[in-house]
Design a protein around this ligand. Structure first.
Ligand SMILES: O=C(O)c1cccc(C(=O)CC[C@H]2O[C@@H](n3cnc4c(=O)[nH]cnc43)[C@H](O)[C@@H]2O)c1
Length: 207
C-alpha cells in the first residue's frame, strides 16, 4: 500500500522522519505549511505527479471536549470548512445554504487494523482563525458541535475528494479550545503520542 503522510509542520512528524528508513518503506511524507491554502496547494501539486492508495493527514489539534485528555490521539472521521459562508447580520449562512459549495467532507471508514482500535472517533472543524473567544467558541458549538479543531484537516479531505482518493485524519490533542493560553498547551506530549501511533501504523501496514 502506497501512503502519503501529510503534516503542516516538520516538527509534528520529526520523530517519524528521523526513524530508520526501513520503518518507512512505501511511505512518502509531505510537509505543507500551516493552514488550508498551503495544504491544498502542496497536496494538489503532489498529486499531479504521484498516485497513492491512501492520504493520511496527521498533526496536533485543539479539543472542545475536556473529557479528552491532552496528548490523546483521535480519529477525525469528518471535517468541515467552518468559515466558508457569509454573515447576514447575526446569522451565519454556510456555503451549502448559499448554494455555493460543499463544506463537509468524510474521511475513509475506520479500518480494522488493531492500531485504529480504541481511537476516539471525532467530528472536526478546520479554521483559518483559531477560536479563542468565549462568544465565538459558544457560537461554533451551537452551530456545528465539533469535537476537535485544526487548520488543515478539511483541506486534505477536500483534495482527497477531488482526486478520488481515500483519506484519513489522525490528530493528537495539544490544547483545549479556549481563550488563548499557550502556556497550557502540551505540544511535546501530543507530538510524542502522535509519532508513536504513526510508527505503529506503518509497522502494521508493512507486516
Ligand atoms: O500560538 C498560537 O496561538 C497558535 C495558534 C494556533 C496554532 C498554533 C500552532 O503552533 C500549531 C499549528 C498547528 O497545530 C494545529 N492546531 C493545534 N491546536 C489547534 C487549535 O486549537 N485550533 C486549530 N488548530 C490547532 C493546526 O492544525 C496547526 O497546523 C499556535
Amino acid at each position: 500500500m502506497k501512503v502519503l503522510i501529510i503534516a503542516a509542520t516538520e516538527g509534528e512528524i520529526l520523530p517519524f522522519i528521523q526513524s530508520p528508513d526501513e520503518q518507512r518503506s512505501g511511505i512518502d511524507v509531505l510537509v505543507t505549511g500551516v493552514g488550508m491554502v498551503a495544504t491544498a496547494f502542496a497536496l494538489g501539486q503532489k498529486l499531479v505527479t504521484a498516485n497513492y492508495d491512501l492520504l493520511l493527514n496527521v498533526g496536533i489539534a485543539g479539543s472542545f471536549d475536556r473529557a479528552i485528555a491532552l496528548g490523546e490521539v483521535v480519529y477525525v472521521y469528518q471535517d468541515t470548512l467552518a468559515e466558508l459562508g457569509a454573515e447576514d447580520g447575526e446569522q451565519f449562512m454556510d456555503s451549502v445554504a448559499l448554494g455555493l459549495a460543499k463544506h463537509t467532507f468524510q474521511g475513509a471508514l475506520i479500518p480494522s487494523y488493531p492500531v485504529f482500535q480504541g481511537l476516539r472517533q471525532c467530528c472536526g472543524i478546520t479554521v483559518n482563525t483559531v477560536h479563542g473567544h468565549e462568544r465565538t467558541i459558544d457560537g461554533i458549538i451551537q452551530r456545528l458541535n465539533p469535537t476537535v479543531e485544526s487548520m488543515e484537516g478539511a483541506a486534505v479531505f477536500y483534495a482527497a475528494h477531488q482526486a478520488g482518493l481515500p483519506a484519513m485524519q489522525i490528530r493528537a490533542i495539544s490544547n483545549y479550545v479556549e481563550r488563548r493560553n499557550k502556556a497550557s498547551w502540551q505540544i511535546p506530549l501530543a507530538i510524542e503520542n502522535l509519532n508513536r501511533w504513526l510508527t505503529a501504523f506503518v509497522h502494521s501496514i508493512n507486516r
